[in-house]
Design a protein around this ligand. Structure first.
Ligand SMILES: Nc1nc2c(c(=O)[nH]1)N[C@H]1C(S)=C(S)[C@@H](COP(=O)(O)O)O[C@H]1N2
Ligand SMILES: [Mo]
Length: 262
């Protein structure tokens, strides 16, 4: 038996669904008090579903712990690729990333190409968070940049938009069909999370090459491998099964979990 649900709450949650139900003469909502009324069952199960969805979404939306500058101990340990040798990257780096452009395309109403100046012109935010790598180390650092949500507001994702794919500059290995580059995907819940940023600064300095210059993703509720460095493009996509190994990321294609929540 599920516990009785306050009627006010039932009404609030259930009214939208009532349109589909035969309401004999729209008498009143007295049936809600009758535990044997089938309409009530529908509402109660919808309510239970809503609660479960709400709970999991609230969990996903919870904030990562933020620290203070006093918590910065060792530097952010560079990991994975730390010095990309890809020609396109080297050419941009040689010019101090002056010609860097981030394209955001795919399932969007308005594809936009952002220069670094464009990204700096959007509202900036900083957060001091702990980075946890799947390898078992962690480090606290201050990350600065623009909320991904602001970038998405500019491009206006369409109804097909379910994931963002981050295409990176760095080659991880040579596969049979050429260079295998790092990539990652996140869903819209993480994309719109208030702590999800495109970082351009670290510990009050421009983002170092070793940590993903000029632009890297921060997804603070997940493990380090989700946080794509050296981002060259963002693709707004309905699905990631057609990309590379089909599991949503370079490490995911090699067995890591797609959702690496911490
Ligand atoms: N492009 C790219 N992004 C990447 C990686 C990488 O090798 N290439 N490594 C990932 C892993 S496993 C971790 S732990 C973090 C490391 O970020 P850091 O170098 O700033 O510590 O970047 C992630 N993003
Ligand atoms: Mo990692």
């Amino acid at each position: 038996m599920s516990p009785p649900i306050p009627r006010r709450r039932l009404l609030r949650l259930g009214l939208a669904g009532l349109g589909a139900l035969p309401l004999a003469g729209c008498k009143t909502f007295d049936f809600l008090a009758d535990p044997n009324d089938p309409t009530r069952d529908v509402l109660v199960s919808a309510n239970r579903l809503t609660k479960e969805v709400q709970r999991s979404l609230q969990g996903r939306r919870a904030l990562a712990t933020e620290y203070t500058m006093a918590d910065l101990r060792q530097g952010q340990k560079p990991n994975g690729t730390t010095d990309p040798q890809d020609p396109a990257y080297l050419a941009l780096k040689a010019q101090g990333f002056r010609d860097y452009r981030l394209s955001v395309t795919g399932a969007v109403a308005r594809p936009v190409t952002f220069s670094l100046a464009d990204l700096h012109a959007l509202p900036q935010q900083s957060q001091i968070t702990r980075h946890d790598c799947v390898e078992g180390w962690s480090a606290i650092a201050k990350w600065s940049g623009v909320r991904l949500a602001h970038v998405l507001t500019r491009v206006q994702p369409t109804a097909q938009a379910r994931f963002l794919m981050f295409e990176c500059f760095d080659t991880m290995e040579q596969g049979l069909s050429g260079a295998v580059k790092y990539y990652e995907t996140i869903d819209m819940v993480d994309a719109l999370h208030p702590q999800t940023i495109l970082a351009v600064g670290m510990n009050d300095q421009p983002l170092p090459v070793a940590n993903g210059a000029p632009v890297r993703l921060r997804v603070e509720r997940q493990l380090g491998y989700k946080m794509a460095k050296y981002v060259r493009a963002i693709h707004v996509i309905p699905d990631f099964r057609q990309i590379e190994g089909g599991r949503g990321g370079y490490w995911e294609d090699r067995g890591y979990a797609w959702y690496a929540g911490i």
